[in-house]
Design a binder for this molecule. Structure first.
Ligand code: ADP
Length: 867
């Protein structure tokens, strides 16, 4: 996320030609806003953008998804300063509330007029919209129901089929409205007597749906849509699934459409059997989460690192799986983009007309639609329906990751103006004084690498554009720079040729936008590599975008420090934590190294140290993290320090004793292969260091899981994972970074005394060991004397643990059904794991050990090992 451009836009450069000033202004004001909370800030996290030519009103822009559990102060500063407010009407969305609160928004009464965002769960009242001010936003367009009501969608697409040709709009199943079109439905039925699916016109979550095999079975009392039932869905492991995609629209005239890079694949809980015709079995034929979650067979994945397990996968995991099976996912995504664009175009005329009539300012409305797509076994995607307010409920870590990332990016895309009249005047004065200051550097061009991305490519704006066209162009360009994980699918260099003849709301904006944004665009003949009926073929530009949809596993990306656009953000709630908790890096790189730049004079160290010594409490999570840091020190000593043989033996015994006790309480099975006595003392100490490193890796991961559960608990309002408050996170992180081994030990000792127990350090994450999971196992010696964890060959049998444990072992997909438990990691040789572990350990320990008063391992470890 750090790669999002956070400064001046292309338009500033293009139009006022004073980019240097604009950039200085932006920089100074960003600095100014950060200065306000210098003690608790994180650079480039929540900043002001001053877009536009006149730069009247800055925008609030966040470069990261805020933590769901805690709200770091640095994110809230701007929102609070500008009195940003929101109101919720006819809905209750905890995720949105938390996100906005994290950015310093406060909630106002539903009747209040003083708000920046109105988050509404139903359709927009157009008369209400008329009173909106320029900086106010609402999450729906007027007449959005033209696309989100099943009957309206059906009618609009059918109208386009008649007007533009059925082959171009053949992406919804043949449908009729009941009771009015019953005769037509009966005639269609007689032709091939296949099953049809009947749905209420304005319902959701599978309510009121039935599958009929004769027109007589169709209910005629309420308005219904009856659609041809797709009998040949694509199956994964024999299960039917559909895909939820999040589509952002920021304008209907011109049409501007974004597809979020990540979605969700939702599986049925009963294997699909086309032959047995059990149409009453909803858990076989309907893929709705709300229906299937009630089934005993529903498998929920609680592991934040796994995206392809159980009955809900990430879309990218689904695409990777299909790709691994040899399917052409690029073509699939090209078709999906195509049908999204055409669906919206089919409702463009009524919605754009309503916007013109009722929307006072062009940026008042934005929308996130939830598209439900079914893919058939010929790889043809079908639109089943479009949801007006897609669910933002987060029942699993995957939900939380995808939906919170999407919602945060959506707010950035919408762009909230920092409006408070008093403060904006103050900042405007600050801005003016900066602009008027003569700058020594102002005449010198910046080196290319320091320029904002927008300045690298100069856009020539046609002089014959009207002021309004210029404004539209500027808004769309600026928006594109804030898109985060959203991928703009309309306009692109090829969409004018492909779709302009379908557009019905005739203004100049769509053409102008295509011409200005893509002056060198390729002509259709060279753009389209293949075309077959309504198959759009594989276009070159789609290839680029599909990279983003079929990306690497999000968890793999956590280690990748290269900023990349569109990378799904790391799991929210983990971002305020040190790298030890958030990445897959080896344990001893994870926790802040005890030896690197430790500065015990750091105020935060003495602060935490003194309050802890005086009996104040670390939270349980903080205690575990401090303990992991402390174990790191121990491991470092094992590797670095040279001690007499008898002391070394004592150390080895102590650490082994500790490990034997501690692994039993890990949730994840841990194979402890004790170093052979045939090895020299030094070799045994080294191998023990590797084992300890592995232990800390698993331990840190389980702490991470606990934090995740805590955050989900907070999000769901349960708070059942919330331990004692602890010391402020920022202070604690600084302490963790800078404290010495002695200080860590002292703090852990105090904590143990106060709590009269050491179990929190080596207890299971929940304080109780889950009975369904196998415990750690002490294994016989390895010939090489190295722990070979995770050496799956020798792992305790996961039979009793069921599929969930198999998934923990595996990085490969475990389908909605129980999959074979062989894994890619299983195939790795034990030797390669040992080598990798050694290399990690060597990297981790290459810092000199700090001097230490006593010569044996510390008392804290002793107490834990001997208790
Ligand atoms: P709802 O708004 O109630 O969720 P949907 O239109 O999304 O209604 O349909 C619910 C589920 O029914 C879908 O998720 C899909 O699994 C199944 N379904 C809907 N329409 C069809 C169809 N034409 N063919 C096959 N399955 C369908």
């Amino acid at each position: 996320m750090a790669s999002h451009p956070a400064g001046a836009t292309e338009e500033e450069e293009g139009e006022d030609g004073n980019s240097d000033t604009a950039e200085r202004t932006n920089e100074a004001l960003r600095h100014c806003s950060r200065e306000a909370k210098a003690g608790d800030r994180r650079d480039d996290s929540a900043v002001m953008l001053w877009p536009g030519v006149t730069k009247k009103m800055p925008l609030l822009y966040s470069e990261q998804t805020p933590s769901m559990g805690s709200h770091p102060l640095f994110l809230r500063v701007l929102g609070e300063k500008y009195n940003m407010a929101f109101k919720m009407v006819s809905t209750e969305c905890r995720l949105v509330r938390q996100l906005l609160a994290a950015h310093g928004f406060h909630e106002v009464h539903a009747n209040s007029g003083g708000f920046s965002l109105m988050w509404i769960g139903s359709h927009v009242n157009r008369y209400l919209l008329r009173n909106f001010k320029e900086h106010q936003k609402i999450n729906h367009f007027p007449r959005s129901y033209e696309v989100t009501r099943k009957d309206r969608l059906c009618k609009n697409v059918q109208r386009m089929q008649r007007a533009k040709g059925k082959k171009y709009f053949d992406f919804i199943p043949e449908s009729y409205l009941l009771p009015t079109e019953f005769q037509d439905f009966s005639s269609a039925f007689i032709k091939d007597k296949c099953p049809w699916i009947v749905k209420p016109v304005a319902s959701s979550r599978g309510r009121g749906i039935s599958i009929v095999t004769h027109p007589d079975q169709a209910p005629l009392d309420d308005p219904m849509v009856v659609s041809r039932y797709i009998q040949n869905p694509l199956l994964i492991d024999g299960f039917k699934f559909d895909v939820r995609l999040y589509v952002g629209v920021t304008s209907y005239d011109p049409l501007v459409v974004y597809l979020y890079e990540e979605g969700l694949a939702r599986f049925a809980t009963v294997k699909y059997d086309e032959t047995c015709r059990q149409y009453h079995n909803q858990c076989m034929h309907l893929t709705n989460y709300s229906l299937n979650k009630k089934s005993d067979r529903y498998v929920r994945c609680e592991d934040p690192d796994i995206e392809d397990f159980g009955n809900k996968w990430s879309m990218s995991a689904m695409l990777r799986y299909l790709k691994s099976q040899g399917h052409d996912t690029t073509k699939l995504m090209a078709r999906i983009e195509d049908l999204i664009i055409k669906t919206l175009i089919s409702a463009e005329l009524p919605i754009a007309t309503a916007c013109k009539m009722y929307m006072p300012y062009r940026s008042n409305c934005f929308e996130i639609y939830g598209f439900d797509i079914l893919i058939d076994d010929t790889f043809k995607p079908w639109v089943l329906e479009v949801n007006l307010s897609p669910s933002l409920a987060c029942d699993t870590p995957l939900d939380l990751r995808v939906k919170s990332g999407m919602a945060a990016d959506m707010f950035n895309l919408a762009g909230f103006g920092l409006h408070d009249p008093i403060t904006s005047q103050k900042f405007q004065q600050a801005r003016n004084s900066i602009i008027n200051q003569p700058s020594a550097n102002s005449t010198r061009p910046k080196p290319r690498t320091q320029q904002m991305p927008s300045q690298r490519r100069r856009h020539v704006v046609r002089s014959n554009l009207s002021p309004d066209e210029r404004r539209v162009l500027r808004i769309v360009r600026e928006e594109h720079h804030r898109r985060g994980g959203f991928v703009r699918i309309f306009p692109t260099p090829f969409t004018w040729e492909q779709y302009s003849s379908f557009l019905e709301f005739k203004t100049s904006y769509n053409r102008m936008l295509h011409e200005e944004l893509f002056p060198d665009r390729v002509k259709p003949s060279s753009a389209v590599l293949g075309r077959n009926g309504n198959n759009v073929g594989v276009r070159k530009d789609v290839l680029d975008r599909v990279e983003q949809y079929v990306k690497k596993k999000t968890t793999d990306l956590a280690c990748d420090l290269t900023p990349t656009y569109g990378v799904c953000p790391p799991a929210p709630g983990l971002q305020s934590l040190p790298a030890c908790i958030t990445s897959e890096k080896p344990a001893f790189e994870l926790v802040a190294s005890p030896h690197e730049t430790r500065d015990s004079s750091d105020q935060s160290v003495s602060y935490v140290y003194s309050i802890e010594k005086n009996g104040a409490q670390l939270s349980k999570l903080q205690a575990r993290r401090a303990f992991a840091a402390y174990l790191q020190c121990v491991g470092s000593k094992l590797q670095q320090e040279s001690v007499p043989d008898n002391q070394a033996e004592a150390q080895i015994t102590l650490v082994l004793r500790f490990l034997r006790k501690a692994i039993v309480n890990l949730e994840q099975p841990f194979l402890l292969v004790e170093p052979s006595n045939d090895l020299s003392v030094t070799e045994r100490r080294l191998s023990l260091a590797v084992i300890l490193a592995n232990f800390v890796a698993v331990y840190a991961k389980e702490t991470e899981k606990l934090i995740f559960l805590k955050n989900i608990g907070n999000l769901q309002g349960r708070g059942d994972y919330t331990p004692s408050q602890g010391i402020s996170e920022s202070e604690f992180n600084k302490f963790l970074k800078n404290s010495s081994e002695n200080q860590l030990e002292d703090i852990l000792t105090t904590y143990t005394k106060v709590n009269k127990s050491t179990s929190i350090f080596i207890g299971s994450v929940n304080g109780r060991h889950p009975s369904h999971l196998p415990r750690g196992v002490v294994a016989p010696l390895d010939a090489r004397g190295y722990s070979s964890y995770p050496q799956s060959k020798n792992r305790p049998s996961p039979k009793s643990a069921g599929v969930q444990v198999a998934a923990v072992y595996s990085n490969k997909a475990v389908g909605p059904s129980e999959r074979p438990q062989s894994t890619s990691s299983n195939n790795k040789s034990a030797g390669s794991h040992a080598r990798a572990a050694r290399a990690r350990s060597a990297r981790a320990y290459n810092e000199p050990s700090p001097p230490r008063g006593d010569d044996s391992l510390s008392d804290a470890l002793k107490r834990l090992a001997l208790r």
